[in-house]
Design a protein around this ligand. Sequence first.
Ligand code: C2E
Ligand code: MG
Ligand code: MG
Length: 654
Amino acid sequence: MQPPESPTNEVDRLRELMSLGILDTPAEASFDDISELARHLAGTEIGIISLVDSDRQWFKSCVGLPLGQQHSPRSISFCGHTILQREPLIIEDAHRDVRFADNPLVQGEPWIRFYAGFPLITDNNFAIGSLCAISRTPHTLAANQIESLRRLAALTVQHLQNLRHSTLSRDHQLRLAPEMLPGLTRDDLRSLDQLISRDQMLKMLDLILAMETDARFALLRCRFRDYERVSATFGGLVAEEFINEGARRLIVALPKGASVARFADTELVVLLPFGVDTQDMQRVAERIIALTGQSYRNGQHSLSLAVSIGIATYHHNYKTVEDILSDASIAVQMARCMNGSSFRFVDAESRLIAKENYRIESDLRDALKDKLLDLYLQPIVSLADSETVGFEALARWQRGDQLLKPSSFIPMLAEAGLTAELDLLIVEKALAAMPLLARPIPQRQMRVSVNLSGLLLEDGEQQQRLLALIDDNPCPPGWSLQVEIVEDAFQAKTDLFERFLADLVTRGVVIAIDDFGTGYSSLARLISLPIQLVKVDQAFVQNLDAPADSGRTLLRTMIVMLRDLGLSITAEGVETTSQRDWLRAHAVSAAQGFLFHHPMPVSEAIALLETLDYRPRALAVDPQRLRAVRRRLRSNFWRRLSQDERRGHAEPPP
Ligand code: C2E
Ligand code: MG
Ligand code: MG
């Protein structure tokens, strides 16, 4: 028997091995996956990740051998020979090789006959161990098997090196209080170390598909629904911690043997390398949802870790990794259409819907590029006399014979990062419409209110485009522009955001909070910003008609508080006369809702204004003209409704 020599760089090699901090650590699922893959690829009984220490070889992972065999002396090791070379060491039959024929590992347990060792070479060019496939009978490897195993060895080294990085940040992870997650221990929290990179996951999938065996596995794409919102509101550090918290809970929820990769900012991908039984998958998804279900505290904020899960299963049904990933992505899109956490399996119907969505998205991009999205205006009325005092600018998309509302296309634009483009287009159209609207009532004070998305508020360049639009299109005398920003966006404490608000105010633009009462705003923060008006969300208005008194008490308190802060109030979503009367009695100044007017095209808004007859001191309306225009507006509105929507409305008289 020939004991292995020491490499010439042994001292540095050992230092490199120590720096990985891997020796004598507990077994980890991701390494067992690699050993499992190695033996699958080679078609052998045993797969091992062996690290060559000064006087022993120590197994980080070992599948196919009885438990407890975690190391053996270096002097008799095959791997001690492997690390002396850059190429794999392949012994097809140890009985026929003088170096190994009388080796105790050949003559006794584990009775090695075939050995293939692929050196694990770090970025610093040290061979620290090897990935081995071992058999108790003579064996050969084909060229494609050797190539796959070579790639798997490279992947193993990457994984080891990545862990070195996360070991450095482990102290930070341990600072998180375990009591945040009832029932979890510090060891569970360390589980973030198990995350592999996107690249590693892709390589792993590639290898499984390349094996052409009878493999069955499931892929789960998990997206945290609130990531963008958290990132826009609280910034990158909180968002990073948010996704880490999601990852920790996800890892705890998974069965042994699963691998998890961080795929994108918002997304984790899970590989369950066994079975494709629907009920099993369902149980795993339900466990993930249960564990991520409790909200999570970051400082004073309570954040929701709601997750959408898309599942695709493999059993000879995909040719490429892209195919299975894209199917899981379709399933995740379906899950995102539901409220809160949910999961979906991909199926033929969802593939069809995805194809249709793709077509819609491409039409939508074209419509936006060609400025074909329309401006609709919903009148805002003074509650004292129901007269129009302004409009909210709302986007609409006429696609064929369908008039689509923002809820059916804004999510798509948000995914594509195009909502700021929509805002700019609607602002441009609103500014262009103002002189036309002003013509029938040149003396009136009027305001047009536009919606700004979170994306625009984060992007200095888009903000400059908006300011330039305002500078280039001055409002007609008496008219002003208002911007509506949702509550959460005001939490951003960036200088960029505050400077943008100041730039708007300098230009006479009114800043309003949209959908007030639905977000996480801190009042102290709101007071310090130049906000003049608050639009109370329609949910509060609709509660006014509920039998319980709590809704009215809540709104009354809110109104008093806002008024004490010197803020004007507009109520959204007023649909009934009783809501209107209550708001009027509580001195809310303005309102918007179907009771008064539905959103309408610019031409109809102009016709509505033509019914207002301005006289100095008193505002009078020509009742006959007003009746005629209202009739026309009602019948136009009726025409635009779909068959389904018509059921909720009375047909207007001819
Ligand atoms: P929002 O800004 O809160 O606009 C008010 C929404 O309430 C509008 O829905 C309006 O049609 C609807 N509404 C008005 N009165 C009533 C009522 O009495 N009852 C009920 N149930 N609803 C009423 P719409 O037009 O579908 O817009 C939905 C949301 O889409 C808007 O909510 C706004 O957040 C967003 N949006 C619309 N246009 C734009 C845009 O140009 N840019 C951005 N970023 N968002 C937009
Ligand atoms: Mg709005
Ligand atoms: Mg609103």
